[in-house]
Design a protein around this ligand. Structure first.
Ligand SMILES: NC(=O)c1ccc[n+]([C@@H]2O[C@H](COP(=O)([O-])OP(=O)(O)OC[C@H]3O[C@@H](n4cnc5c(N)ncnc54)[C@H](O)[C@@H]3O)[C@@H](O)[C@H]2O)c1
Length: 419
């Protein structure tokens, strides 16, 4: 049994893990380089959508402590690394945070400790990047301490599948590493799946997200010619979804956002390109199509204005929902930013309604927030539903007298045009 856990990186992935582990009775330390994150958490305030302040308060009551002091690592049976893995300037992997975290862990590594990497990354990272850094401690991986990879499957905003009831895949660098990782996660989740090896565990996450990326791109490309052929693609998806086998629904939208779908497939294609010298063509095509969606949305807005004999310049465009996903407040990598930036560059007056976002800046400039949906709709020349938050009154939007571009396929009415 694990008695003490240290989570390195207390963001969207690390904090839910820390809270779940505290609820399961483990002594949990949370290590983060951000003093602000540590301060807020120790005050009982959560900065992550799916974790409430009472969740953090409950974890603190069970002994959870956030800290910037890495000396806590030496007390842990298990250390889990959940730091960011963004892209660098040439859209390749940026493993700086993983390397920094590994160096910190290495400085405090103790015999028999299990170190797990959860950050999303290319296959090979655990053995080629993490292990060599940890072994600078003088301890030998697989012999003196144990190492495993377990892909994070957090789905922000998903109230049905949380950490505990989402199966956890683990793969260790040795059988004993795998065994230790299985024992640890079995204390926190209902089902643990053992991969054939550590690279297969790393690949699992990239397979899941590449699959989503490509299928969303397929729908996005189809939505463009369906609009020209006057076919309601959402209705076709609804009908196809009744087939009980061989079809999984994906939906078009204004582009992909967040820090998984637009980023993770790059880790895989970069690996294929640098290791094997050829390209992962499906991913490249999906990138091109999905990245082109914001420009396509702007063109459709221009079409709607054109039908009213209005130029885009000085027209009032209301964006409804600017987060990257419905029912969460996270605007990172949201395609709404590219859409707003293009509209502003073309001289439009842009405002937004989003009950989950208090303030929103695009290209360094604050975008005007409209507090009341009804009023915003009345004043706009065109409204664009970008994110179908469940708190939006869809009848209000569908029934409004403002032309509305629906990029989510959820509205219907005489003034609604689907993407
Ligand atoms: N958010 C998601 O929905 C999601 C889902 C699955 C996988 N992932 C992956 O999980 C990883 C973490 O993502 P996230 O969304 O939790 O990131 P995040 O940005 O929300 O949080 C990361 C935290 O790590 C801290 N940090 C950075 N460098 C550190 C270091 N050297 N030592 C200690 N702390 C450090 C940051 O201050 C931050 O608080 C990424 O690889 C991401 O791709 C994210």
């Amino acid at each position: 049994m694990t008695s003490t856990l240290a989570v390195v990186g207390l963001g969207y992935v690390g904090l839910p893990l820390a809270v779940e582990a505290a609820q399961s009775g483990l002594q949990v330390y949370g290590l983060d380089v951000s003093e602000a994150v540590v301060y807020e958490l120790n005050e009982g305030r959560s900065h992550v959508d799916d974790i409430t302040d009472p969740d953090v308060g409950g974890a603190i009551a069970r002994g959870f402590r956030a800290t910037t002091d890495p000396s806590c690592l030496a007390d842990a049976d298990v250390v889990v690394i959940c730091v960011p893995t963004p892209l660098d300037g040439d859209l390749g992997p940026n493993l700086k945070a993983v390397e920094d975290a590994a160096t910190t862990v290495s400085d405090h590594l103790v015999p028999r400790q299990l170190v797990v990497l959860e950050s999303t990354t290319y296959p090979g990272t655990t053995e080629e990047v993490l292990v060599p850094i940890l072994e600078t401690s003088g301890l030998v991986a697989g012999q003196d301490f144990y190492v495993a990879y377990s892909p994070e499957r957090i789905d922000p905003g998903n109230t049905r599948f949380r950490l505990r009831n989402t199966p956890k895949v683990v793969g260790g660098i040795t059988p004993m590493s795998t065994e230790r990782a299985v024992d640890f996660y079995s204390e926190l989740v209902d089902e643990v799946i053992v991969s054939g090896g550590v690279k297969e565990a790393e690949m699992t996450k990239l397979l899941e997200n590449t699959y989503r990326h490509i299928n969303i791109a397929l729908m996005n490309e189809m939505s463009q010619f369906c609009a020209e052929l006057d076919i309601d693609l959402w209705d076709a998806i609804r009908c196809a979804s009744t087939k009980p086998f061989g079809f999984s629904p994906f939906f078009p939208g204004p582009g992909v956002g967040g820090h998984c779908i637009p980023i993770d497939p790059n880790y895989l294609s970069h690996r294929v390109q640098t290791r094997l010298g050829y390209s992962f063509r499906f991913v490249e095509l999906a990138q091109e199509i999905n990245a082109g969606m914001p420009a396509y949305v702007v063109r459709r807005i221009q079409d709607l204005l054109n039908d009213q004999s209005l130029p885009l310049r000085d027209s009032r465009i209301l964006l409804l929902g600017v987060t990257y996903k419905a029912d969460i407040g996270d605007v990172r990598e949201s395609p709404a930013a590219d859409i707003a930036k293009s509209l502003l560059d073309l001289g439009a007056q842009v405002s937004y309604v989003d009950p989950l976002v208090d303030s929103w800046a695009v290209g360094g400039a604050e975008v005007k927030k409209t507090a009341h949906l009804k009023e915003g709709l009345r004043e706009a020349h065109v409204a664009v539903l970008l994110q179908a938050h469940s708190s939006f009154d869809q009848n209000e939007i569908s029934g409004s007298r403002t032309w509305t571009l629906d990029t989510r396929g959820v509205l219907s009415g005489p003034m609604v045009v689907r993407l």
